[in-house]
Design a protein around this ligand. Structure first.
Ligand code: GLP
Length: 260
């Protein structure tokens, strides 16, 4: 697991955007795995700028989002579909038919989940996946105790996650209790994973993910088993890591051929 610590969120987000941009330039049909929440916002802004100023071309790119709330339609202002349109898709030249999010209004959840898995396979799997991390160590909406070999399915959100996400709603009572999320095994099949975390509130979860034991109580700790992950942090999110100095040492001594 590579850990990169940047001075601030902006520098970290620009680095992450470069990771995505380089891949899209290399392979026009890149399949992106995308996340919601505040964390990837600056990265999406940077990628939108790269499209507008340098013509970064998303016309052949496919995207798969990690999750969606059950009971919210795509035009609901708190749905993840709406979030993605507002913060990313409306600013780039992506084709609507290439954008995929689980359908939160489905009448048949298991079938929708199965079809989501099949759609990912059909385009050849996810090339690069961005992740945030919940303060309880969740990735996607895979809450603590999620099966580490889970596939896309329904999950019940913890009280803590509802509280954390209540800021996007009028009140906590409006936060749906259920969601559809890619499973942990689904996420682990992405060829490259870029996990972003910013701010002090994420420091305990980051430390458990990177340096703690592998445990379903910290779903993000499964990333220790992935061969191609980079954890991109600002100083505050990195503040509880004990091997701090080593991560800087690795970054400073990185051979040129390993750099972006
Ligand atoms: C939600 C999303 C996660 C995200 C997490 C953290 O639970 N399902 O994908 O990583 O929030 O959100 P934020 O980036 O706002 O801290």
């Amino acid at each position: 697991m590579e850990v990169l610590i940047f001075n601030n969120e902006t520098a970290a987000s620009e680095y992450a955007a470069q990771e995505f941009s380089k891949r899209i330039q290399h392979k026009a049909t890149t399949v992106l795995g995308l996340a919601t929440g505040s964390t990837p916002l600056k990265m999406y802004r940077e990628l939108s700028l790269l499209h507008q100023s340098e013509g970064l071309d998303f016309s052949k790119v496919n995207t798969f989002n990690l999750d969606e709330y059950i009971g919210l339609s795509g035009d609901h202002p708190c749905s993840y579909k709406h979030f993605m349109n507002e913060n990313f898709f409306n600013h780039i030249n992506i084709s609507e038919s290439n954008v995929h999010l689980p359908d939160g209004m489905t009448k048949d959840v298991p079938k929708t989940c199965q079809e989501y898995e099949e759609a990912i396979k059909k385009v050849g799997g996810i090339d690069i996946q961005v992740l945030g991390i919940g303060s309880d160590g969740h990735i996607g909406f895979n809450e603590p105790t999620s099966s580490l070999s889970s596939r896309t399915r329904i999950k019940t959100l913890t009280k803590k996650t509802c509280e954390d996400n209540a800021r996007f709603f009028n009140s906590i009572d409006e936060v749906p209790r259920h969601c559809i999320t890619m499973g942990i095994a689904t996420i682990m099949e992405a060829r490259r994973i870029v996990l972003l975390a910013f701010g002090e509130a994420k420091a305990p979860a980051v430390s458990k993910m990177v340096e703690g034991p592998l445990s379903a109580m910290v779903p993000a700790s499964i990333l220790q088993m992935h061969p191609n992950v980079v954890v991109v942090l600002d100083r505050s999110a990195a503040s509880k890591l004990s091997h701090h100095d080593y991560y800087y040492r690795v970054a400073t001594n990185k051979p040129n051929w390993q750099r972006l």
